[in-house]
Design a binder for this molecule. Structure first.
Ligand code: AR6
Length: 180
């Protein structure tokens, strides 16, 4: 299943599946501040990339990275070239700057992609699993942030949200229809 929209010359796609299979320049990972792996998509990314990923994170980012930021590594055994480890907010009721921090996590990845020269990037639904971000709001922030970025100066050509469940896919499709 796929939905697609054009934002100027850029394409925004939705697809169902496992992000570790994506053949794009960069995949984003929903990490935590420590950057030492975890469950959910982070666990899947580390398993599929192999041990070099954790070794690079330990060496280059010994103190992790704050919520709302992202760091890049090689993608090792994954089909992508880079992994962008983004830290979304833990949902704490909504009055702790969660929407801004979630938008900042997506934007940090897009900025890194531009710095690296990545033209295609795949995102999971950051913060919408273990971190408990309410699904309709999380999808809206994700789509609006990417659309706003693609309307600015960027060399990123394709952004794809890779959603694990049918429900999450539908929420992103609704958010995309609203943003269009
Ligand atoms: N491909 C695409 N999406 C996936 C995959 C996958 N392989 N696996 C899970 N999802 P989560 P968070 C979906 O919990 O909420 C980790 O322990 C999942 O269904 O992975 O940002 C980290 O180390 C959900 O829709 O990330 C952090 O401690 C979305 O990806 C913490 O979890 C995000 O769910 C981060 O929590």
């Amino acid at each position: 299943m796929t939905d697609s929209a054009l934002v100027g010359q850029h394409r925004l796609d939705l697809s169902r599946g496992d992000i570790t299979n994506e053949r794009v320049d960069a995949i984003a990972n929903a990490a935590n501040e420590a950057l030492r792996g975890g469950g959910g998509v982070d666990g899947a990314v580390h398993r599929a990339a192999g041990p070099g990923l954790l070794a690079e994170l330990r060496t280059r980012y010994p103190h992790g990275t704050p919520t709302g930021t992202a760091v890049a590594t090689d993608a090792y055994d994954l089909p992508a070239r880079w992994v962008l480890h983004a830290v979304g907010p833990v949902w704490r009721g909504g009055n702790n700057d969660e929407p801004n921090l979630l938008a900042a996590a997506y934007r940090s990845c897009l900025i890194l992609a531009d710095e690296l020269g990545a033209r295609s990037i795949a995102f999971p639904a950051i913060s919408m699993g273990i971190y408990g971000y309410p699904p309709p709001d999380g999808a809206r922030v994700a789509v609006q942030t990417v659309v706003a970025y693609l309307r600015g100066e960027t060399r990123v050509e394709v952004v794809r949200f890779v959603l694990f469940s049918e429900e999450t896919y539908e929420l992103f499709a609704e958010a995309l229809a609203e943003a269009g």
